[in-house]
Design a protein around this ligand. Structure first.
Ligand code: SF4
Length: 211
């Protein structure tokens, strides 16, 4: 970990020297609270999913976000770009944020597991177990007002069972003492367009809970 941090400092210093700085204020070298954890995730080999990944997908958003969105796992586009929710499901997610009044600045988005399962299959319990410490650390850093659980896999964090999203969506649950609201995954919304207005209503509830 220290090596990762030191290498990043050297990179920054070399870049600043290259563009003409003779000296710099030490405050410029302050790291984001995520920095160490990002390095850990990017080099993680705790489960077999590291073997086929292009990129681990840590998450996206401010460390002080009020809302934490937890999806299932990176898909093909996310694996290629290293950013969560960048494909069609991602566009749908952001459309539903807009429709419910949720602003991107208030949201940190991540997944239950950080590397893409082959063929977009569901994550296996052992993979979720090994990846869970990263999610827990993200939650500890962010301390969100509400956690949104997208789909059955994310719902299982709070219930222990990867099923029941139709019955549980929109309800206020508790996960690690945080308020958690499950709703349908945007990939499900793409397959079932009629569910979009339900998710928008659930997101409005999320929005109210941070106001
Ligand atoms: S899915 Fe999680 S535990 Fe598995 S290799 Fe990726 S970061 Fe590590």
């Amino acid at each position: 970990m220290e090596n990762y941090r030191e290498n990043k400092i050297v990179e920054v210093l070399q870049m600043l020297k290259y563009i003409g700085f003779d000296s710099i204020d030490s405050s410029l070298l302050k790291f984001s609270p995520f920095e160490d954890l990002i390095g850990e995730v990017n080099t993680c080999r705790k489960c077999d999913l590291h073997k086929n990944r292009t990129n681990a997908v840590f998450g996206k958003g401010p460390a002080g976000a009020d809302i934490m969105i937890v999806g299932e796992a990176p898909g093909r586009d996310e694996d290629i770009q290293g950013i969560p929710f960048v494909g069609r499901a991602g566009k749908k997610l952001y459309d539903m944020f807009s429709a419910s009044g949720i602003e991107e600045k208030d949201v940190f988005i991540t997944n239950v597991i950080k590397c893409r399962p082959p063929g977009n299959r569901n994550p296996e319990p052992v993979e979720m177990e090994r990846c869970r410490p990263y999610l827990l650390k993200q939650i500890e850093i962010i301390q969100p007002k509400v956690i949104v659980l997208l789909g059955n896999i994310a719902l299982s964090l709070a219930t222990g069972t990867p099923s029941g999203i139709t019955k549980m969506r929109g309800k206020s649950l508790e996960y690690l003492s945080y308020k958690a609201i499950p709703t349908f995954h945007p990939a499900y919304v793409l397959r079932n367009p009629g569910s979009e207005k339900i998710v928008v209503e659930d997101f409005k509830k999320v929005k109210r809970s941070i106001s």
